[in-house]
Design a protein around this ligand. Structure first.
Ligand code: MG
Length: 174
């Protein structure tokens, strides 16, 4: 079994929509956690929200198929995203992916399956006969900004003298 994502991008917003449209793609089946939302957050970042808006404006259909089994969570995500969310999907099994195709009324070859997990999202999409797009886990990018904040916080612990290049605890001569 070889996994060959059609495209590999760092972040969902890096997906070239015009290119996909020109290749006959008319819809997306998105993974949820770590693809369009940070895991368990149910929070949609502004950049992803405006990219999804563009997806809709260009005429693509969009749906989420998630392996997340918690119905309360996937129902909440549905409201936040304003698009259908199928939870407890058991990807790479195809049953939920076929259901998604029925809902968005598209054929496998008209769809790109987008996700961060090769063995669930990409394998499932490949078995479906769809184009597949592998993204880096969203948290990988968000960690960068968290690290930046932590670095700033860490600086608060540095003694002001040290920040000015003065050693506050000079080694005393014996
Ligand atoms: Mg995921």
């Amino acid at each position: 079994m070889l996994l060959r994502p059609t495209r590999i991008v760092a972040h969902v917003t890096d997906i070239n929509l015009q290119d996909l449209w020109d290749h006959g793609i008319r819809g997306f089946i998105f993974d949820l956690d770590n693809t369009i939302m940070a895991p368990r957050s149910c929070a949609l970042e502004d950049d992803v929200a405006s990219w999804l808006q563009k997806v809709e404006e260009m005429g693509f259909k969009a749906i989420v198929v998630s392996n997340n089994p918690i119905a309360l969570y996937t129902e909440k995500a549905e409201k936040v995203l304003n698009m259908p969310v199928i939870g407890n999907a058991a990807k790479p099994r195809r049953k939920s992916l076929y259901r998604a195709l029925e809902i968005i009324q598209l054929q496998p070859y008209e769809v790109a399956v987008v996700g961060d997990r090769p063995l669930t999202d990409i394998w499932g999409g490949q078995r479906l006969g769809a184009k597949t797009i592998l993204v880096d886990p969203l948290t990988k990018h968000q960690e960068h900004s968290i690290v930046k904040v932590l670095r700033k916080l860490e600086r608060l612990f540095i003694h002001p003298h040290n920040q000015e290049g003065v050693t506050s605890d000079p080694i005393q001569p014996e």
